[in-house]
Design a protein around this ligand. Sequence first.
Ligand code: NAD
Ligand code: UGA
Length: 466
Amino acid sequence: MKTKLDAVNKKNILCIGAGYVGGPTMAMIAAKCPDYRVTVVDINPQRIAAWNSDDLPIYEPGLDELVRTVRGKNLFFSTDIEGGIRDSDIIFVSVNTPTKTFGAGAGMAADLQYWEKTARQILENSVSNKIVIEKSTLPVKTALAMERILNSQPNGISFDVLSNPEFLAEGSAIRDLENPDRILIGSRETKRGRSARNTIVEIYARWIPRDRIITTNIWSSELSKLVSNAFLAQRISSINAISALCEKTEADVTEVARAVGMDSRIGAKFLNASVGFGGSCFKKDILNLVYLCRFYGLEEVADYWESVVNINAYQQERFIMNMMTAMFNTLAGKRICIFGFAFKADTGDTRESPAIFIAKRLLEEHAEVVISDPKALDNARIDLSGLAGVLDYREDPYEAAAGCHALAVMTEWGIYRTLDYERIYREMAKPAFIFDGRNILDHAACFRIGFNVYPIGKPPLTHFDS
Ligand code: NAD
Ligand code: UGA
């Protein structure tokens, strides 16, 4: 139902999918375009209820404040998907596109069932022309399928399909949305396609300089998103591969990364060696790229990109084996405290977090596992539910570490840098170990306190005779 408000609203924007991307992105558009009415819909009523409450469904610095300024004014969260489609001029589709778990392409290809359902729902409920925008990350050429579904009925309604992939990173989503490196909008290179594209350029141009809004053909746009994530992940796997060599040669991976990254052609970002990258997208998007390459018969290209994911798995298993070797070749019965369960700092998201793999492997080795995280304990409980073994969850890091044989740092939360490690050491079993999967602690200081310290890609600092 249109309301009086719509008389002053220039256009109605709908976003289908109220997740990590849909919610924050639409909140920013609503804040920057007060004359647009923005509605975010989802099939999950709990998620929508949370977006309408004081306890938002995701944690992201600055999100609460942003949502508070626009919700109920020109930003609305609703479960009425059909009504939303009917009333909208512009539809962003931001549903999840996970890796397929069944049938052809299982474990590799993108599962497009949610995507396709949305396309059919848009067709069934549309009574006016619409611009439909792929916000989700999709395999190149998905827009073709969307166009074919939308144009399958001669109903006099025209649909323009655009690609506008999202590049925000979790933990810095609001900053990224406010001040993005670039906005990418792809369309068909036809008069209509370009005109639809300009409509979306005008929205972003409200707050983003024009030279940072780039337009391309639709296939380049779809592919650029997959390739951006693949390049970012490739840098992490590259430095992680080198961290293994550093550990064999007494080189220090932080020093190597600094020396390499100061070459302006290479750059310093995304060269932090770690226990491995996590998050809902890197692995999924690379596997999707690999699947596409194999589909087109490009085996060598597929193998090249697949190795980025393989190194990530290797790095995680290597972390466990390093723990095992350092702790006298057995983890059984030892109590290990995991500092951080989120896949990165400043988020409660644990999707594909290396901590999940590490916790499972520790339990397989019959270690007892205590998990601490400032924001991700609820998700950790879900991720590890039903696993056999001794598992404990403590928000307070001091309580979590007490009585443990080792600390394993999995997430680069700022608080872990500033804890009182003297106190932690006093309350731990001896000899006490630290395995710093993020290289964020002051290793020399921890060593002086008495810990045996095992960083990533650096010589360990131990009190044992060699
Ligand atoms: P998410 O799982 O947090 O949210 C997706 C939402 O879509 C869910 O709430 C789900 O209930 C809803 N949904 C699914 N099918 C629906 C339907 N038919 N109708 C209405 N709602 C439906 O996922 P996300 O992290 O927001 O990611 C969405 C897309 O954006 C993915 O393709 C992802 O690759 C991409 N992406 C994510 C990020 C990120 O940081 N998470 C960044 C850039 C791009
Ligand atoms: C990533 C991209 O950075 C975004 O541009 C993209 O939009 C998003 O994926 C997506 O498509 O979902 P995100 O996964 O939220 O964002 O977070 P990143 O900062 O990229 O970190 C990913 C993982 O790599 C984390 O586990 C992080 O700890 C790890 N990482 C990152 C390292 O191990 N080393 C680094 O140097 C950088």
